[in-house]
Each structure stands twice: as C-alpha cells, then as structure tokens.
Design a protein. Structure first.
Length: 177
C-alpha cells in the first residue's frame, strides 16, 4: 500500500490508526486556495478524522468534513481520481502511534465554514502560503499531498471525472435526442 520510513526493521510503533479526509480548495484569480484547519498548538491540517469500524474511507471523509466544517456532499465537487496518503508517527499516552490519512480532493462552493469545537480557526491559503504551516522535517507527507493537489488542479485537462460524477458524453446525449 505504501512505504514509510516508520516501518523500517521491526515495528517502531505500538499502535496503528487510519483516518480519512478531504483536501478542500476554492478557485481564485491567482490560483487555488486550500482549506486548512487550526487545531491549536501550532498545528494545521486538512479536514480529517478516524474511520469508524465498518466504514469506507470515502464515507468517513464526507462525515468528518461535515462534522469539522459544516460542508456537506452537495457543497463539494470531487476532482478526478485523486487519492493521496499522509503517514506520520506521534506519541499518545506514552505509545508510538503510526497514522495513515487517506485524502480525496474536492472543490468547495462555499467560502465560509462552520468550525467544530475541536478547532480554533481556519483559513484559505495558496499552496505557497500553506506550505509554511507544514515544516519539511515534521510534515513531509502533508507537503507532498499539498503540492500534488495543487499540480493536479492546475493540470486539469489531464484529469478524469470522479467516478460518482460522470457526465454523459456528447455521443450519448446526441443519441438520446
């Protein structure tokens, strides 16, 4: 599924978690701007959260974005087959936890969001601005996801439609007439 520096040799972690989220963006004249949520203590992230037992990653991403931002499925337009992963290691209750976050890419039709109580703030940032919140040494995967999403949006002509939002081709529309 993925390779990570955290998995070299014997297990260097005691617990594993999988979360899901959405890299949300809006289009502006100067390019895309990405939604980052401020969790406090100098921590910014994409909207995300744990996948519940029996839940699919895409359903979890939609649920978490709704809970954390108030953005519903109808407020989001999913872009292509974009799927990216963040992997990181952190300490919780003296245990090393290895976490993987599965991320999708969607454009928001709304500028204002409703924050959940767990967040202290939010902002819409250009790729360059957002990279400042992800130091290279600590958030390497987040930086790569952000750059990849930005490049994906800018290179739109190469993308395929998201599987849930396929439109009829010109041929099928003509034959239906």
């Amino acid at each position: 599924m993925f390779k990570s520096k955290y998995l070299k040799g014997d297990k260097e972690y005691q617990k594993r978690e999988v979360s899901s989220g959405i890299v949300v963006f809006r289009k502006f004249d100067d390019g895309p701007r990405f939604l980052l949520l401020y969790r406090g203590n100098h921590r910014w992230s994409f909207p995300r959260g744990k996948i519940e037992e029996g839940e699919r990653s895409f359903a979890a991403a939609l649920r978490e974005v709704k809970e954390e931002t108030g953005l519903s499925r109808s407020d989001l337009k999913f872009i292509g087959y974009f799927k990216a992963y963040e992997n990181f290691l952190f300490i919780r209750n003296s245990q090393k936890v290895f976490k993987t976050v599965i991320l999708y890419l969607a454009e928001s039709s709304k500028n204002y969001i409703r924050l959940s109580p767990e967040h202290k703030g939010y902002g819409w940032f250009s790729c360059r601005e957002a990279l400042r919140f992800f130091p290279q040494d600590k958030y390497f995967d987040s930086r790569q996801v952000l750059k990849r999403a930005n490049n994906y949006i800018i290179g739109r002509h190469r993308r395929k439609p998201f599987p849930f939002e396929r439109k009829k081709s010109d041929e099928s529309q003509k034959s239906a007439s």
